[in-house]
Ligand binder design. Structure first.
Ligand SMILES: [Cu+2]
Length: 425
């Protein structure tokens, strides 16, 4: 048999080179191309027609199972010299049903776009020839999926989840598509994500997640952190409510002119919803601002508050009295004035009696002069007769001021009094 003379070292050499190419590509061959041969020396029994660029496993089999019942030897040899063909793959497989591989051989290659010519080298087998057309593979997906997570549930004012939370993980991949989505809760192991992850244990949680696409790209691990808090117990306690009355008080504790009532309510649980008040038996009304009560007399303000859970406090009451402001302090004087004649001269006489309880300083002023009398004792009087330096005076007015210290304050009170006209001699 001619086949016996062929150096079988070809096979091992070619196989090693092909293996290197595969490793350089950095990934396993995903396509397998199978050639078979039978008893014919004019054609292969079966051949691949096309392939995709990239790693490939080439299988060449010729034995009883492929119809080689004569024990023929064939080769699968890639042409590395004829113009117009790719020459970058050096396959040269010698096979016979009786070789150490039982006529079945495999090598790894890396195909590039173009046409390869192959043939059987055995003399007389020149008809066993064909072409393999390799087309370019699509762009390779090297981008991992986009992955994100969102947390849903009822939140409190601090942003914590009340009772429980659910984490939804989403992943998209525009190229090869999402293959797997995984998550790990609070340092646990990653596991397949199939539905939103419920978390009800009270405390802070971290859910890590990632996704891989069908090209084997895995996203970075991302994480989302959130806190679950226990649901609030039901509020059955009504608000605490109080009222403060403010204003100017007199010595009796009554409010002078008006009183201002401020109502304060607090509720530690559900919170205050409404505050109501009622003045002097009127219907309850909504409290929105401080009440100003200026009607004179005794008053009763009732008040209550309701929380958001519907608990209403007992009605509380505050009472107070509003009184009129006392009249302003005065230095009390009784003032009289009259014109008279002394001989042929006209005079205007002015008298001011101190009606108060403390000494007063009294100033008497007329058109004909002015004088001040200090320390006029209670019940005593200040008197001055002013010479008009004329035989007659017209009717007119005099002005008197009295100044005394009342309750520590200096109080000056003005008075006026009229005098008659007179003509002397
Ligand atoms: Cu052959």
């Amino acid at each position: 048999m001619l086949a016996v003379a062929l150096p079988t070292v070809w096979l091992s050499g070619v196989g090693a080179a092909a293996q290197d190419q595969s490793q350089q590509a950095g990934q396993a061959a995903e396509q397998t191309l199978v050639w078979t041969a039978d008893n014919s020396y004019t054609e292969y029994k079966s051949v691949p027609i096309t392939a995709t660029a990239g790693p490939a496993t080439i299988v060449f089999e010729t034995n009883e199972s492929t119809g080689n019942t004569f024990g023929m030897t064939h080769t699968l040899t890639f042409d590395v010299s004829s113009p117009g063909y790719n020459h970058d793959v050096n396959v040269n497989i010698l096979a016979s049903p009786f070789d150490t591989s039982g006529g079945r051989h495999e090598v790894q290659v890396n195909l590039t776009p173009g046409t390869y010519r192959y043939y059987c080298m055995i003399p007389g087998h020149a008809g066993m020839v064909g072409e393999l057309v390799v087309t370019s593979a699509g762009p390779t997906d090297t981008t991992p999926p986009q992955v994100s997570a969102s947390v849903s549930g009822e939140k409190d004012a601090d942003g914590n989840y009340v009772g429980s939370a659910a984490v939804t993980v989403s992943a998209t991949d525009d190229e090869s598509g999402v293959d797997t989505v995984e998550y790990a809760l609070d340092g646990g192991a990653f596991q397949a994500y199939t539905a939103p992850v419920p978390v009800s244990q009270v405390g802070e949680h971290t859910l890590r997640y990632r996704a891989a696409d069908k090209a084997g790209n895995t996203s970075e691990v991302r994480s989302v952190t959130f806190t679950v808090v226990a649901p609030q117990p039901k509020d059955t306690t009504p608000p605490t409510v109080s009222a403060a009355v403010a204003g100017t008080k007199n010595a009796d504790g009554d409010y002078v002119d008006s009183a201002t009532v401020t109502i304060t309510a607090t509720d530690a649980e559900s919170g205050v919803d409404t505050v109501e008040y009622s003045v002097d038996g009127q219907p309850f009304a909504s409290y929105t601002k401080a009440l100003v009560v200026d009607q004179l007399g005794a008053h009763t303000v009732r008040y209550r508050a309701t929380d958001k859970a519907g608990n209403t406090s007992a009605v509380a009451t505050t009472t107070f009295t509003v009184v009129m402001a006392p009249p302003p302090a005065r230095t009390p004087l009784t003032v009289t004035a009259s014109a008279r004649c002394v001989g042929t001269s006209a005079y205007v006489a002015v008298t001011a009696v101190n009606d108060g309880d403390v000494p007063a300083t009294v100033t008497l002023t007329t058109s004909y002069g002015s004088t001040t009398v200090a320390d006029v004792a209670p019940g005593k009087r200040a008197y001055q007769s002013f010479n008009a330096r004329a035989k007659q005076v017209a009717a007119g007015e005099v002005t008197v001021t009295g100044t005394s210290i009342i309750d520590g304050e200096k109080v000056t009170t003005p008075y006026e009094a009229a005098h008659n006209a007179i003509s002397c001699g």
